[in-house]
Design a protein around this ligand. Structure first.
Ligand SMILES: [Zn+2]
Length: 330
């Protein structure tokens, strides 16, 4: 009998220890999306057309938003603005994505492979200084007759994988002026993504001009509505969201040590670090008296303020320890 009581006591103590460790300083969660936003949302623009340069780039820039452009470097409308597509747009932080070289398909499987590869080569050339291969977003061109797209599903999957291309979400249900025609309809799609905590997008063609054109006031109503929801939205590139989600799902965070003034953690990840090289957002419980702390990981250094007993910061998955150190009140 005595033995049973003792065992029960030991068990209670152990459970109590586990519970306090789970709530106590050092407890860390990987945020679902960057900066602990509710969802990741991408604005995508197809066919490298003039209204993107004239209307989309300035309106997004004004609001601090970014976007992903699915380009056709072999098209006439692209050639007319080559300098803007290859220099100004990438330099402003927008993402270029593969929509094939000419949008016209080809007569043979080799033609299709070339359409895909040449478009990637152009995108590669716009990122001097970055290591390749890199992941590139893929948006399959629509409206091509089956005879001009002589490639099987499996054949296409191989070409995409050889070029490190990542398919964007399906066009169906996401096309501007097709799936949604008004600002409120588009914002309802945004709100659904916030509620679900998912990665979502809207795919545009023309904006205030060109084809399948979204009227400019509709586009402005959407992006102003997104500004109003900024606390919940991570407006980002398709590849950034894909990298974050992949790393998040493949990462494990653990506490190595925790004292009143210092917390040491590790963040490991099974995704290929060459292609998945994006920091994750971590939220760590710290002692209640911390107001600011430093975050060191290898050569990375940052400072962050603690509020409500937690601190939010970015860390790279990998083998280097993450060290949070309490700083004296400034
Ligand atoms: Zn297209």
């Amino acid at each position: 009998m005595k033995r049973t009581v003792l065992l029960a006591l030991v068990t209670l103590v152990l459970i109590g220890h586990v519970v306090s460790a789970a709530d106590g300083p050092g407890t860390t969660r990987i945020a679902r999306w960057k900066d602990d936003k509710a969802c990741a949302f991408s604005l995508m623009f197809d066919d490298s057309i003039p209204s993107h340069i004239k209307n989309v780039v300035p309106e997004l820039t004004k609001r601090g938003f970014t976007g992903t452009f699915y380009i056709n470097p072999g098209s006439g409308q692209y050639a007319a603005n080559r300098q803007v597509w290859e220099k100004e747009i990438p330099a402003s932080g927008f993402e270029l994505a593969n929509h094939t070289m000419t949008h016209r398909g080809g007569a043979t499987t080799d033609d299709i492979a070339k359409e895909i590869r040449s478009c990637n080569d152009v995108i590669h050339a716009t990122t001097p200084g970055l290591a390749w291969p890199r992941l590139v977003s893929w948006g399959q061109p629509g409206g091509i007759k089956p005879e001009a797209w002589p490639v099987t599903k499996e054949g296409l999957a191989t070409m995409l994988s050889e070029n490190h291309l990542v398919s964007r979400p399906d066009f169906g249900g996401r096309g501007a002026m097709i799936a949604f025609k008004t600002g409120p309809e588009m914002l309802a799609h945004v709100d659904k993504a916030i509620a679900k905590g998912s990665m979502e997008c809207i795919i545009f063609h023309g904006v205030g001009g060109d084809w399948i054109a979204t009227p400019l006031p509709v586009f402005i109503e959407l992006i102003d509505g997104m500004v109003a929801r900024k606390d919940k939205l991570w407006v980002t590139h398709h590849i950034a969201a894909h990298q974050y989600a992949t790393e998040r799902d493949a990462a494990t965070v653990s506490v190595a040590s925790s004292t009143a003034a210092k917390i040491s953690l590790t963040l490991t990840c099974t995704a290929d670090a060459k292609l998945f090289d994006r920091p994750l957002t971590l939220v760590t419980t710290v002692p209640a008296d911390w107001t600011t702390c430093s975050i060191d990981q290898g050569t990375r250094h940052a400072e962050a303020s603690a509020s409500g007993g937690t601190v939010r910061y970015e860390a790279m998955p990998g083998s280097e320890a993450i060290v949070l150190t309490k700083l004296a009140k400034p």
